[in-house]
Design a protein around this ligand. Structure first.
Ligand code: 13P
Length: 278
């Protein structure tokens, strides 16, 4: 199937009321697990990587792998660049042919976030690509110096103006999720999500999807979330499979890890309601 863009996939998710899964990868096993899950579930999917993950994989090796795997899939697959803080990495992804990029200005002030996002929107749109931005801050991500910040919830009042002025095509919202493992049970602010949804028409994105309950996912998708980002649950599943039998050969460990990631991804696609769509 031809390569899809995230805009196309999220437009369909919006129309048919499901959530599309976004999965980060750094190697062949991860990417193959996602594509296999998407094919077997007949589910659209978005795959990609993030600036912070490039320490695990060289971009020039990884980008063709992502794009080629997406184009070979039997279902719509888009390639997206997740959390990126620099113009340089954004431009690399646009040049490589990614259909969308995320500029993460959530560590900046509101005005700085709008200013930088608007500049990147111009470049992305000129290349026919879409831009995801974050307003508020979903905590838990290692930002540079190993700082793990907390959450700053998205202000529904600011959300409309932010999207208008930045030119963002997709908006990541902060409603109580965090990246990585939860120390306590997450409590999602669904009223805030509803208030944002009432003001913002572009597709909304939920980061920090790992560790949420099935009901959390269903409530968020019913509340207007169209893209759910998952990473930690996938790498935890892989590590668990490897630890089960460390005496295996490296190549066999890879295979076990891939199978565990495949199963974890399948579970998510079914919960998101994106299965059996193609
Ligand atoms: P988790 O690692 O918590 O699933 O978050 C993934 C994410 O939001 C990537 O942008």
């Amino acid at each position: 199937m031809a390569l899809y863009t995230m805009a196309e996939i999220l437009a369909d998710a919006q129309k048919r009321g499901y959530g599309a899964g976004f999965f980060n990868g750094v190697n062949q096993e991860m990417i193959r697990a996602y594509i296999r899950a998407a094919n077997d579930c007949r589910s659209p999917i978005i795959i990609g990587t993030a600036e912070g993950l490039l320490k695990y994989s060289d971009f020039d090796w990884l980008a063709p792998l992502l794009l080629d795997a997406a184009a070979r899939a039997k279902v719509p697959v888009a390639v997206h660049l997740d959390h990126t803080y620099t113009y340089k990495t954004i431009m690399r992804a646009l040049r490589a042919g990614f259909g969308s990029v995320m500029y993460d200005g959530s560590l900046l002030s509101y005005e700085e976030n709008i200013r930088d996002s608007a500049e990147i929107a111009k470049a992305a749109h000129a290349m026919g690509a879409g831009l995801e931005c974050e307003l508020g801050k979903v905590g838990g991500l290692d930002e540079g110096e190993g700082v793990k910040g907390g959450n700053i919830y998205t202000d529904p009042g600011e959300a409309f103006e932010f999207v208008e002025r930045s030119g963002a095509d997709f908006l990541a919202v902060s409603i109580g999720t965090v990246h990585g493992e939860y120390r306590e049970t997450p409590r999602l602010d669904l009223a805030r999500l509803a208030a944002i949804r009432a003001k913002v028409k572009c597709p909304l994105v939920l980061h920090g999807g790992s560790g949420l309950s099935d009901d959390d996912f269903r409530n968020c998708i019913q509340g207007g979330i169209r893209k759910v980002n998952i990473y930690t649950d996938i790498i935890t599943a892989a590590a668990g499979a490897i630890r089960k039998d460390t005496s295996l050969a490296y190549t066999d460990l890879n295979e076990k890890a891939e199978q565990a990631m495949y199963e974890a991804a399948v579970k998510k696609l079914r919960i998101f309601g994106s299965d059996n769509k193609y």
